[in-house]
Design a protein around this ligand. Structure first.
Ligand SMILES: C[S@@+](CC[C@H](N)C(=O)[O-])C[C@H]1O[C@@H](n2cnc3c(N)ncnc32)[C@H](O)[C@@H]1O
Length: 569
């Protein structure tokens, strides 16, 4: 077996924060045309399809793997992101060779095989990426909860294209600089799929999340390096534990025999009864009665809720996903709106309660604003970070006074007066920013959330906001009278990102500033790449990426939120 030289899987080292507007950049290369963007977006699925690099069908998989289903991952799903990280780890040459040979699905390891490997780096999903020993062909192992430099023992349980998933059996040689098991606060850490990083210092977690943003733009934006602004350090969550305001523990339906047998002994529940979260790498539920990343209010409520379910478990015919939302208490007099909004704002109780009814109302405070929304609808899950997040977006929109006030500066811009909030939910960005704008318009697909946004505008005494229910792209029909030079557009789409139709209309609208907030930095990188490149192809001013920054909404996990600020140059 010829020796294969992997490419480094670590992104560029941390750079200091971007000092505001970047230097004028060279125009993007013509190379980045529509077709190339499309290819970039699909590059991973190209690699995982069964064609060789000449486009011809590859050879049949070996006998051992012939029966295995070669499922392609959903674009931009965690598996898709891992596939790209594996490709970078193995190196282009090795990947092309496997594709050419038609052996990219032929795992050199057996199912359940146990093997000792060294961790090369972490994937953007927080999993450890390892190369199988050199006696095998180039192949990677993806395992949870291990750290770069560590020697680990793993057991293979599933093959994918060019890599295998494995369970972590043992950390043979730990990485002493990174791993400190005394930091771990949850007794289920290592078994529950919820957290990946409790053994790391919080600083290391933030560094890793910055790396994820860097890699996402390297892998999926299809932009030249010169177009990607230096990425600052990840902004921390004020709470590292006890922050999660929503949890959804679940349980499976009881076996038929147990449904017939009647109530179980609630003091000694049967082994099959588990109420909690999924085990690492499986869809099996594990019993969890406390979650240290959830707020104290949710943990206090989880015990009685579990007890209640255990007592009547025999009555359930199906599995159930519970909802626990941390809410400020809403006194009955305020719930029916008999009290004036202004009185509610000043007298809102600061006592926390747990809402479990999907249709119930949840109230949260963000700075001096109150938000109410239907418990089953979307709201960010870490209240402690929402003031830093919305303040960051505000400061990005209204940069230091010098660049606005100094008309001789080439970066001088008129002060923004109009805000468009696409994907506005119950109005988080629209309403926290409304006092800084003359006019605000929001759009959102969920009718419940739009009702909440309209209600929240009144609750906070804001009269300059209007909200409509509908697809985000429809917002452009309703804001044609907004002065483009003084308009800011905020986009905060779901994980799948925005779409080409929206981007076309955004480019035609051409407002001065676009802020793209995202819970999936990989689709954000794809979309920002598309916006920059398409704006380059048009006559007139082009968009540049002014700042890009990760936000930590979920400490102890590998998840990162990302905020990109685009301006017309
Ligand atoms: C990540 S959430 C952001 C909500 C809000 N910005 C916040 O922070 O609370 C994305 C929102 O987009 C909405 N959404 C999904 N698809 C949409 C579409 N095609 N057009 C408009 N809104 C959509 C969802 O209902 C959800 O409320």
């Amino acid at each position: 077996m010829s020796e294969h030289k992997p490419r480094s899987c670590s992104p560029a080292p941390a750079t200091p924060e971007s000092p505001g507007r970047p230097e004028k950049r060279p125009r993007l290369e013509a190379l980045y045309d529509d077709e190339a963007v499309q290819k970039a977006a699909e590059s991973t699925s190209n690699i995982i399809s069964s064609t060789n690099n000449n486009g011809a069908k590859s050879k049949k998989p070996s006998r051992r793997n012939r029966k295995q289903k070669h499922a392609l991952p959903e674009p931009y799903s965690p598996e898709f992101v891992i596939a790209k990280d594996v490709e970078n780890l193995l190196g282009k040459k090795a990947v092309e060779q496997a594709i050419g040979d038609g052996t990219e699905w032929d795992a050199p390891l057996e199912q359940k095989e146990e093997i000792q490997v060294t961790v090369s780096c972490l994937s953007s999903t927080g999993d450890a990426l390892c190369l199988v020993p050199a006696r095998h062909k180039p192949w990677a192992i993806v395992a949870p909860l291990a750290l770069p430099g560590e020697t680990i023992r793993v057991r293979v349980y599933k093959h994918a294209r060019l890599y295998s998933h494995a369970d972590l059996l043992d950390v043979v040689t730990p990485n002493p600089e990174w791993r400190d098991m005394d930091r771990v606060q949850c007794k289920y850490f290592g078994k529950c799929a919820g957290c990946q990083y409790q053994m790391l210092s919080y600083k290391k977690q933030l560094d890793l999340k910055r790396d994820v943003v860097v890699k996402a733009y390297q892998n999926f934006s299809n932009l030249p390096e010169s177009a990607i602004t230096p990425i600052g350090t990840t902004i921390a969550s004020p709470l590292e534990y006890g922050y999660r305001t929503k949890i959804t523990p679940h349980f499976d339906a009881p076996p038929k025999s147990a449904q017939k047998a009647g109530a179980v002994d609630s003091e000694n529940p049967p082994d099959w009864l588990k109420i909690g979260f999924n085990q690492v790498g499986t869809r099996k539920v594990m019993d969890i009665e406390e979650c240290p990343i959830a707020t104290p209010t949710l943990n206090e409520s989880l015990g009685p809720l579990r007890k209640n379910i255990i007592e009547k478990i025999h009555t359930y015919k199906k599995g159930v996903s519970l909802l626990l939302r941390d809410s400020l208490e809403i006194p009955p007099t305020q719930a029916n709106e008999s009290q004036k909004f202004t009185d509610i704002l000043t007298s809102s109780s600061e006592k926390h309660v747990c809402v479990t009814d999907h249709k119930g109302t949840v109230r949260e405070r963000v700075g001096d604003k109150l938000f109410e929304y239907v418990a089953g609808s979307f709201f960010q899950n870490n209240n402690s970070v929402l003031l830093p997040l919305t303040s960051y977006v505000r400061d990005a929109i209204f940069p230091p006074s010098s660049t606005i006030a100094d008309p001789s500066s080439h970066t001088a811009r008129p002060r923004p007066t109009h805000l468009v909030d696409a994907y506005c939910g119950s109005g988080l960005f629209a309403l926290t920013l409304a006092p800084h704008f003359g006019t605000v318009a929001g759009i959102e697909l969920s009718a419940d959330s739009i009702r909440s946004a309209t209600h929240n505008a009144a609750l906070n005494g804001l009269t300059n906001c209007r909200f409509m229910a509908g697809d985000a792209a429809h917002i452009f029909d309703t804001v044609q009278d907004f002065p483009r030079a003084e308009t800011v557009l905020i986009i905060d789409p779901p994980r799948k990102g925005t779409d080409e139709r929206f981007i076309e209309q955004l480019l035609a609208f051409a407002c001065e500033t676009v802020v793209y907030v995202s819970c999936n930095v990989h689709t954000q990188a794809r979309d920002v790449g598309m916006i920059l490149r398409k704006s380059e192809e048009r006559d007139g001013r082009r968009y540049v990426l002014e700042t890009l920054r990760g936000f930590d909404l979920f400490p102890q996990t590998a998840h990162v939120e990302s905020v990109a600020v685009l301006r017309l140059e």
